[in-house]
Each structure stands twice: as C-alpha cells, then as structure tokens.
Design a protein around this ligand. Sequence first.
Ligand code: GLU
Length: 476
Amino acid sequence: MNVPADKEVSFRESVNLCCDMAMATLDIPDGMAKYIRNVNNVYQVRFPVKIKGQIETFIGWRAVHSDHKLPAKGGIRFAPNVNQDEVEALAALMSYKCALVDVPFGGSKGGLLIDPKNYERGEMESITRRFAYELIQKDYIGSAVNVPAPDMGTGQREMAWIVSTYAAHCPGDINQLGCVTGKPVSMGGIQGRIEATGRGVVFGLREFFRHPEDVKLAKMEGDSLEGKKVIIQGLGNVGYYTASILQKEDGAKIIAILEWDGALYDPNGLDVEDVFQYKVANKGGVTGYPNAEYFEDSKSLLERDCDILIPAAMEAVINQSNAAQIKAKLIAEAANGPVTFAAESILKEKGVVIIPDVYLNAGGVTVSYFEWIKNLSHIRFGRMQRRYEEGQSQLVIQAIEATGTKVPLDLVKKLSQGASEIDLVRSGLDDTMRKAFQEIRERYWSTENIDNYRTAAMALAIEKIYTSYRTMGIYP
Ligand code: GLU
C-alpha cells in the first residue's frame, strides 16, 4: 500500500488512509471498498440573512457518507474555518463510529461557515433557522432520513431552533421531535445527553484499565485511573465533562488544561470545576486564573510529561510538528481527528498508544440514539417500569426480613430505587463503550497485520457496513 506517512495530508485524506489500512486487513472487493470509503452525497448551500439592515450571505454543507442504515446521523458544526473537506471527513467518521458501537445509523455531518462570536443571539437564531429550512427543503433533516445533533459551536439552543423550524414546516410529521438530537429536555431531549461524549470517554478509559495486557502496552501500571496524570486540551463541552468526571469519580489528577488563550499547569492537580467557572466568567478564557501556573503558549503543554493526553477540541492538534515531542503514554482522542495520519506513525514508532476517536468519542451519538428512540416511542425511559420495579424490590426485602434477617438500611435504600432515565442512559452508554472496546482489543490482539487500535476499530466498522450493503443486495 502506498501510504505517504511522512507528509501531512488533508483531514479527509487522513480518514481515507486509515480506512485503507483497515481495508487491507479485510477481504472486501475493490469496487465495494471504494464505494464504502467515499462520501455518497454532499449538499452545499448559500443563503441570505438580513443582519443589522444588510444582507449577508452564508455558506453551509451537509454531507452523507453512508446510508447503509437510515437515518444518517451526525452533528452540525458552526465554525469560522469549516469547509467541505472537513465536513466530508467528519461524515465518514460518523459512519465508522456508528457501525462500531452498533448504533443503527448511516454517517452524516453538517457545517456552517460562521464565527458565532460575531453575532447576537437573535441573529444566530435567524441564521440557524434559515440554514435548517434549506436543509429541510432538500430532505437533509427528518427523523427517517437525516438527524443532526450538536457539534463544535452548536448546542441545545441551536437544536431547539432546528426542531422548531422543522415542526413549522412539517406539521403532519408525528415524529418531528426525532428530527434532531441534543435538544433541551423540555423539548424532547434526554437526560445525560450533554455529558454523554465526556462520560463515554471516561467509560472507554475505565474499560481500557480493566485489561492488564493493554495497560502494559501503554507502559502503565494499575487497574484504574486513580492518580493518573492527565492533560486536557480544550475545556469545551467534551473536555469539561471528561476532566470533571475523571477528577471527581476516578481520582485522576488533571495536571494541565489547554485553552485557546493559554494553558494552566499544576503538577498536583487542578480543580476542574474552579477552572471551568473562571472560564465561563471570563469570556471563555483562562488568562488571569489565579490558582495555577499560566503559559501563554498553550500548545507547548501538549509536550509535558503525563500518563494520558486527552485532545478534546480540534482536529490536527497533534501533527508532524510536535508528535516527536509528545511524552504521554496514552493519547485518548476525545475530539474528532486530533492526531494527523503523519503524526500517528511517529507516535507508533515511539510506542505511544492511541485510543481512537472513532471509538472513544462515540458516547455522544450513542446517547443521541437513545434520544431518537425516546422521541419515536413518545415516552420517557423508565416511565412504565420504575415504580413497578421499586414495588418488586420492596417485596423481596419484606420476604428476606420475614425470615428474621434485618436488611441494613443503606441496602434497603439502594435496592428499592427503580431506574430513572439518567440511570438507564448511563447504563446503556457504559455497556456500549465496554462492549466496543472488548471487540476492538480482541481484533487487535488476534490479528497479525493489525498493530494499533484505530485499524482494529475501523476494520470492525467497515466489516459491519459491508455486511449491511451486501445484505441489502448492493453487492451479491
Ligand atoms: N457531533 C457528535 C459527534 O461527532 C455527535 C453526533 C450525534 O449525536 O449525532 O459524534
């Protein structure tokens, strides 16, 4: 295979090269391999919106990489540098991600070229609604065809505007709430969606530490995250929840947090909540934070000594220019595409283990899947069975106590609590992340020509997509 490992390629080429490496370990006919690899369709739209009395033109994209399962799924990104290449790469990653974690969707992604910082709330609403309208017109939004979600620069607020625009244009669609996920809970969203990607990253890391051979591979010790030194790049939604859960629930030490305006460092561990509150109160930046050492050159902290480096914001932050200097033992890709293809081969040489994006950040879309099911079934999870389960548990406790054994009060409390929506969401997410990692490591350890988790994960995903297309009859 002719792989230009020593030169940087575009994000889409990078994803394609990873796909080729996985294809090389599978027995898939050439034509089918090409079909799976490439984006099926992409819609580019230009539309006008009146801003402060002037007409401004905006440009956006929605790409569908695969429709072996419908609807196609993936976020919408609002960013000042988004382009078609990036949207296509991200759409492809969505296909592989969904297939890998058995979320029955094709892969899609959207992007709008905009710097949200330059617009007021009302203006953002008009722009988002108009973009949504354009996508609805071309069937790029709808619970059965294509379901957007939050991504960089978008969140619950934008999803609420999109669902409301959809409802206005498609009043007869009884499943209109399922046209987009990541909505506010009051508008058909689900508990636990905001934290989902970060929590999924933590569930993935916990599963990694349950396997001693894999921990050894990354030159680490122990069976948990307790005391592990972690560097987080990007304290946005994904980075914040990852860091916060790792610190509060797992006892990891967050020694550095990197942001756009600088980085904070404390070898004894930063207080994630405190940094986050400071950031919120200071225009999203960390400059001037009083309780840690501050570095203006944020990126230099990527090269600090640590156990786990978690890039949680942009693609290509670890590239040819800094890969050789990375000292982390494990890179946990919470963002999409943070390690370039060229950087990966340098890191491989150094023995740095990478848990790939296509697996590790799948928590977001997994909980989106739960939200979509909730919307289609028109009922909140746990509503039918929670109190019934509580009643049954109380009967068991009564039966035990009738034998003369007193059940301790704390146990009675725990036992007699039926599962709420958030309990079920977290349990479903945990199960998804555990199962997928077990499959990846199984493929990694059992296949001679696979020497990294990314190729193992991609091979599993591609195999599933291929099976779907074959079963459909696209290839006999
Ligand atoms: N934007 C997220 C991702 O890249 C979530 C996608 C979704 O929930 O559909 O995985």
